[in-house]
Design a binder for this molecule. Structure first.
Ligand SMILES: [Zn+2]
Length: 313
């Protein structure tokens, strides 16, 4: 029996050594485990058993611990592109302590998912940012990094894996549809990820993030040429002849506001930090327009904004 035991110990040790040798991240995994142990110790600290110690707050003399609680859960998902050349480079970055950056998940171009951190811990992926009145996004969000050099398209396999992961997270933590956003949304002055090829519309169709309704383009013939109208013309002053709309009867310019509120109010309602409006407009266009990503709002952009902000009300 003793012999069997010692053979088993040798085999087990050999397996461990081999596994360590085959996983280049074994040393940083040990750092990870050590760190989780330290955090668990922190969680075990009870509220002051001797109330008032070291605090000027007027605590009650007897400590009363509630019997009803569990762990806090993430409520937002923030999507990033890595802006690095390979998934290996990103894994390296997230395992070097000096970089001070991390994410819960990294998804490679081939669709492989690296789950680097328990969802209940706080990863360092958002940095300084704001969404609505939330200024500590790292505390409430899950960070997902997509391996991408910052400008290329995202691969279909990668998006497929992302959608499957989002489905899991949405169900598990009951994350609201509107709370699937990008890094550029929360940090318009600093970030531009995920890049403008990211399929936000496809994600919204699957229930991850909001999207606007199709904006119809109205074509009319003006002086023999086809032109796209940028403002609504009241029906009563239009006359139709041979399928063409005659606009000659318009006596005065029509000014129908495209946006019911100011752009600043609309962007604020959606969640953008509007303290730097050009940056906020650019972030809005990167997410919802994805062409000519600049700080100018065209009539089309205003129509999108008008349709979209109401979905966030
Ligand atoms: Zn990012």
């Amino acid at each position: 029996m003793k012999r069997i035991k010692s053979v088993f110990t040798i085999v087990a040790t050999a397996c461990m050594v081999l596994s360590c040798a085959s996983n280049p991240y074994a040393p940083t995994n040990r750092v990870h485990k050590k760190h989780t142990k330290e955090l668990i110790k922190e969680l075990e600290i009870l509220p002051p058993p001797n109330p008032g110690m070291g605090s000027s707050l007027k605590y009650a003399e007897d400590w009363v611990g509630t019997t009803n609680f569990n762990l806090r859960k993430p409520n937002i998902v923030i999507i990033h592109h890595t802006a690095q050349d390979s998934v290996g480079q990103t894994l390296k970055t997230f395992t070097l302590e000096r970089t001070q950056v991390s994410a819960h998940y990294v998804i490679g171009e081939n669709g492989k998912i690296y789950h680097m951190l328990n969802d209940l811990y706080r990863a360092w992926h958002g940095g300084t940012g704001q969404w609505g009145s939330n200024t500590d996004l790292n505390s409430s969000s899950i960070g997902i990094e997509l391996d991408n050099n910052g400008s290329d398209d995202f691969s279909p396999l990668q998006i497929q894996s992302l959608l499957e992961l989002l489905k899991d997270l949405k169900e598990k933590y009951k994350i609201p549809t509107a709370n699937f956003i990008g890094h550029s949304d929360i940090a318009p002055t600093r970030k531009n990820d995920p890049n403008k090829t990211f399929p936000w519309k496809e994600l919204a169709k699957e229930g991850f993030g909001l999207w606007y309704d199709e904006i119809p383009e109205e074509k009319v013939h003006v002086l023999g040429e086809s032109k796209t109208l940028t403002t609504e013309i009241p029906q009563e002053i239009r006359t139709e002849v041979n399928d063409s709309v005659i606009v000659a009867k318009i006596k005065a310019p029509i000014s129908t506001p495209i946006l019911d509120v100011t752009p600043k109010v609309a962007l604020k309602i959606i969640g953008f930090d509007v303290s730097d409006m050009p940056a906020a407009i650019k972030a809005f266009k990167l997410h919802f327009i994805q062409a000519e990503v600049n700080s100018t709002l065209t009539d089309h952009d205003l129509k999108v904004l008008n349709n979209l902000y109401k979905k966030y009300l």
